[in-house]
Design a protein. Sequence first.
Length: 422
Amino acid sequence: MRKSNTIASLSMSIAAAGALIAMASGCSAGSASGGPSAAEGASPSSSQPTASAAPASTPPSATAPSTPSVPAPATSTASAAGQQLAALSVEQRVGQLFMVAAKATGAEPATMEALKKYHIGNVYLSGRSKAGTTATATVVSSLTGTVSPATTGGVPLFVATDQEGGLVQVLSGPGFSTIPAALVQASSGAAKLRSDAAVWGKELRSVGVNVNLAPVLDTVTSAQFAPSNGPIGHFQREYGFAPDTVSELGNAFAAGMKDAGVAPVVKHFPGLGRVVPNTDVTSHVRDTATTRTDPALEPFKAAITSGAQWVMVSNAYYDKIDPANIAPFSPAIMDTMLRGDAGFTGIILSDDVCSAAQLEAWSDADRAVNFFTAGGTMLVCADATSIPAMHQAVVKKALADPAFRAKVDAAALTVLRVKNGQ
C-alpha cells in the first residue's frame, strides 16, 4: 500500500484477550507508494486485539443490523472464531472485511461513520504525524472506543499503520524512533535488523497499533534500475537486489515485529520490483516479466513458511500470470498462487483500492465485489467516503448470491481466526 476483536459472545472475556495476545507472534499502507499512507505512549485499549453490485437503498443501522445473524458453517462452529461468526449479522461480517484509513493526527467524520454505522472492523493510521506517542495513543483510543455490540459485535479492531522507514514512516515525534529506509536497514545485517525492528514494533504496540503494513519483500532487479522503479527502488524501500538477500533481511524485519507483538504484513505480492510507474498515481501499470514460478516469489514463500498471517497484493497487472486482471481482481494470483502454490491460509490484504489511479476505471462498488469474488480477504480503503457504497454493494450481493455469501463468510472467518491467534 501507499508509502502511504475478538469475543466469545458480544463482549470480550479475559480468556479471549489472552488468545489475542498470543496472536501477535503468529501474524502481521504507506504514502511513498504501493499502499495506504501510513502511533507509542498509552496502553492499548482493552477492546482491540493485540498483534498477532449496486448500493443497497437503505444503509445498515449501527443500532439494529437489518439482517439476522446466520450460523457459521457446521465445520467451523466448534472454534472460537466460528462461534463469533455465528453471532454476527451479515453487515457485521462484511465490516470485518474492510480496513479504512484514519488520519494519524485524528480521524475525520467519514472514518468514524464507517466504524460506527457500517461496522468496519479494521483501521489504519494514514498520512503523517509528528505528534509523538502520547498524542497517537489518544487517536488510537478514539478509534478502538467505537467497538460495541452494535458496531462490530464487540469484536476488537485491528489497528495498523505503515512504519517501514525512510520516506515511508507515518508516525514520528517524541517516543518514536527515526527509522532508516529499508536499503539502509539492510546494511545492519539480519540479527541487528531483527533487534531494531523489535524496538520499533514495541513503539507501535505501546500506542495500540498491532499491525504494521511492512516489510516490503519486492525484489528490485538491480541497483541501476532502482531509481526508475517508481513504487519501490525510487524510495529505497527494497532490502536488496536478489531474492535471497531480500528474503533474509525483509523477513528479519518481520520477525522483529512479531517479537514485539505486532503483526507484519509482507507486500506487494507477487512483486513490484520490475515495474516503472507507481500504481498509486498511474493507471495501466503492467509487469511483463514475473511468472507463477518466479524466483522473486521466494521472499514471500519464506515469510509464509515462517508463519506470516498477512500478505498484501499489489495493484499491478501481471502479463505472464493473468494479463486480463489486476492482482486484486485475479483468482490466479490470490487463489491459485497464494492459497494453492504457497499454501497461505491467512489474510490476503489489498493495497489501497479506493484512491489509487490504477483502479480509476472501476466504480467503488465493483472494486469491492471484484476483490472478494476473486478470493481477497480484507480490502484497504484510503478514502473513507467510499465505504458506504462498497459495504452496501457487498452486503447486497451476499444476500442475493449464495456462492458470494460463502466467500464473505469464509473471509470473515479467516479474519476472526487471525484475531483469535488461531
